[in-house]
Design a protein around this ligand. Structure first.
Ligand code: BGC
Length: 447
């Protein structure tokens, strides 16, 4: 489909997204406390090639240059996160003024460059001191989190108009507290279920507190989502796909809409009620101004007798011999359209913004340039599906590329490069890739 920026209308929010832990570095500077990712990435064998993010992209020091690049690429909105342990080194209690000063400088610099800051409150880097008290499995996290939200609202809310409470709660609870492949590395239902419930409470209660403190703010939260399809039309594959869909796409949004957890499709979830207190059903609800969807791929699912709880397994893209990115994720542009449509199906959802979409490919620096045609076509093909949704009258109000610069890709280390801008991590040199130039020209209305 041929489209231009105009095809999306004037009110559409274009942006780029990033996260504190993946970019900032300076993990102990100016009074910052350790986060669970600082600790996890220090454990041998947890991260690809034992990479860590003590320096990462040095965004903590290099933010001015990077925000200049955002402006140079004509990107009007920048989504980034606050590192909780920079402003509350122990997670709660003592405030670190230098951490607050830092984010004030970043926010002010964005505004000076005409770049609108969009703040994510929690992008996975829990203060380690709180993990020592049980982290997301401890109900007290609701009050720790609300103190943190209140501080951010009071310190940054005079200038930041757009807020996201959590980034992808399924990933930080699933990978961090069930599979143990992300920080803090815990496993099993006994950790996963309380973490899910407390994250869902924080999501709603955090939104409600922002609303009280900043009545004019645009308040959202973000969800990972993927089109889930059965491997075959056999009933047991179809049922397995429905279970995975409930887990990947419905678990966190439905309680916020007052629909409760999707027990019907995932019966073992009922055990989550062990962690309920009176009135929790109400406390899980919040009327967000927008829902941030983050889509990269689709999942194909088949029945599996031996997979505990879910009795379902993913059929990997390599096995299916389909085009993949460096993450081995299938390139499947229709997935983004289907997700916009699916979340439009919830009447209560007012606005949908794609808060992340992008791809890692094996980029190469050749004669000082990075030509990444695969990323350009990935972005074009996914955007053409977003435009299709828009033209069908579905709610879709913005699109943010993941991500500005190559960065620390969690358990994968620095190997997958997702940026519009290449980083030589030895010298911290930035080089705009062809995809960055493509986005720049697209946003200028040239293509
Ligand atoms: C996360 C990012 C991550 C990206 C690519 C999302 O799950 O929010 O932090 O880098 O996807 O894996």
């Amino acid at each position: 489909m041929v489209f231009t920026k105009n095809s999306f209308g004037d009110q559409f929010s274009w942006g780029v997204s990033a996260a504190a832990y993946q970019t900032e570095g300076s993990h102990l500077s100016d009074g910052k406390g350790l986060s669970i990712w600082d600790v996890f990435s220090g454990i041998k064998g947890k991260i690809n090639q034992n990479h860590h993010a003590q320096t990462a992209c040095d965004f903590y020091n290099a933010y001015e240059g990077d925000i200049d690049l955002i402006r140079e690429l004509n990107i009007p909105n920048f989504r980034f996160s606050v590192a909780w342990s920079r402003i509350f080194p122990a997670g709660t209690g003592q405030i670190n003024q230098k951490g607050i000063d830092h984010y004030n400088k970043v926010i002010d610099y964005c505004l000076e460059q005409n770049v609108e800051p969009w703040l994510t409150l929690y992008h996975w880097d829990l203060p380690h001191a709180l993990e020592l008290k049980g982290g997301w499995t401890n109900r007290d996290i609701v009050s720790w989190f609300l103190d943190y939200v209140e501080l951010c609202a009071n310190k940054f809310g005079d200038r930041v108009k757009n807020w996201m409470v959590l980034n992808e709660p399924l990933v930080f609870t699933g990978a961090g507290y069930f599979l143990g492949i992300h920080a803090p590395g815990r496993t099993g239902l006994k950790n996963f279920l309380p973490a899910v419930h407390h994250a869902t409470l924080c999501q709603a209660q955090g939104g409600a507190l922002l609303r009280d403190l900043l009545p004019e703010a645009n308040i959202g939260t973000t969800f990972s989502c993927s089109l889930v399809e059965p491997f075959s039309q056999k009933q047991r594959d179809v049922n397995a796909a429905a279970r995975v869909d409930a887990l990947l796409n419905r678990l966190f949004i439905e309680p916020s809409l007052g629909l409760g957890y999707p027990y019907q499709d995932i019966p073992f979830l009922r055990q989550i009620e062990k962690y309920f207190q009176p009135d929790d059903a109400d406390k899980l609800k919040f009327d967000f101004d927008f829902i941030g969807l983050q889509n990269y791929t689709r999942e194909v699912v088949r029945y599996s007798l031996f997979t505990p709880y879910m009795h379902a397994k993913l059929v990997g893209a390599l096995k299916r011999k389909v085009p993949v990115t460096a993450m081995k994720w299938e390139v499947y542009p229709q997935s983004i359209y289907e997700m916009i449509k699916k979340f439009n199906g919830y009447n209560q959802v007012k606005k949908i913004i794609i808060t992340e979409n992008g791809a890692a490919f094996p980029d190469e620096l050749v004669n000082g340039e990075v030509d990444d045609p695969l990323r350009v076509s990935y972005l074009e093909n996914y955007l053409s599906q977003v435009v299709k949704a828009k033209q069908e009258g579905l709610k879709i109000d913005g699109y943010f590329v993941w991500t500005l610069t190559d960065n620390f890709e969690w358990a994968e280390g620095y190997h997958p490069r997702f940026g519009l801008i290449y980083i030589d991590f030895d010298t911290q040199t930035r080089i705009i890739k062809s995809s960055g130039k493509w986005y720049r020209d697209f946003l200028a209305g040239k293509s």
